[in-house]
Design a protein around this ligand. Structure first.
Ligand code: GLP
Length: 260
């Protein structure tokens, strides 16, 4: 794992966006794994800027979103489909047919999930997966106790996650209890992973994910098995890491040829 601690969220988001830009320049038909929540918003803002100011094109790219609430129509203001439209898709040139979000009717969930995994495989697999992290260490909507070998499927949210996400709804009761999420195995198959976390509230989850034991009780800890993970965090989210000084030293002394 490469732990990149930056002074603030904006700087970290800029560095992470540079990685995505480098991938798209090298491979215009890249397959991107996208996430929702507040953590990737700064990265998306920066990608939009690259698109507008430098003409960075997503015209040949494909995207797969991690997760979606089950039972919310795509046009619902709190759906992840709406979130993605507003935060990224409507501002860039990613073609509609290249956008994949795990949105389906509750009665179709099993067939849909299998087809979603098949679509990822048919696209050639995910080149770069963007992740946020929940306070309990969830990635996508893989809550603690998720199988570390899981694939796209239905999950039930914890009370804590429903509370944390209530800010996007008019009340906590309105947050759907069920979701569809890519599994840990899907995430692990991505060729590269970027994990983003900002603020003091994420410090414990980041420490558990990076320095804790690998356990289904902290699904993000599974990322320790991945060969190409970059963790972009701010000072506050880095606050509970034991080896902060080492991570900073490693980053500052990275050989020039390893830099993007
Ligand atoms: C939700 C999403 C996750 C996201 C998490 C943290 O549960 N399903 O993908 O990582 O929220 O969100 P935020 O970045 O807003 O803290």
């Amino acid at each position: 794992m490469e732990i990149i601690i930056q002074e603030n969220e904006e700087q970290a988001a800029k560095l992470a966006a540079r990685e995505i830009r480098a991938l798209l320049l090298k491979k215009p038909a890249a397959v991107l794994g996208l996430a929702t929540g507040s953590s990737p918003v700064g990265v998306y803002r920066e990608l939009i800027r690259y698109h507008r100011e430098e003409g960075l094109s997503f015209g040949q790219a494909t995207s797969f979103n991690l997760d979606e609430y089950l039972g919310l129509p795509p046009g619902h203001p709190a759906s992840y489909a709406t979130f993605m439209q507003e935060q990224l898709f409507r501002e860039i040139d990613l073609p509609a047919e290249g956008i994949n979000i795990p949105s389906c009717a509750p009665s179709e969930v099993e067939v849909f999930c299998e087809a979603y995994d098949a679509r990822i495989a048919a696209a050639g697999g995910i080149d770069l997966q963007i992740l946020g992290i929940g306070h309990d260490g969830h990635i996508g909507f893989n809550e603690p106790s998720s199988s570390l070998g899981s694939r796209t499927r239905i999950k039930t949210l914890t009370a804590e996650t429903r509370r944390a996400n209530a800010r996007f709804f008019s009340s906590e009761d309105e947050v759907p209890p069920h979701v569809v999420t890519m599994g840990i195995a899907n995430i692990m198959e991505a060729r590269e992973i970027i994990l983003l976390a900002f603020g003091r509230g994420k410090a414990a989850a980041i420490a558990a994910a990076v320095e804790g034991p690998i356990t289904a009780s902290c699904p993000a800890s599974m990322l320790q098995f991945h060969r190409r993970v970059k963790v972009f965090i701010d000072e506050e989210a880095a606050g509970a890491l034991q080896r902060q000084d080492y991570y900073r030293w490693v980053y500052e002394h990275k050989p020039g040829w390893q830099r993007a």
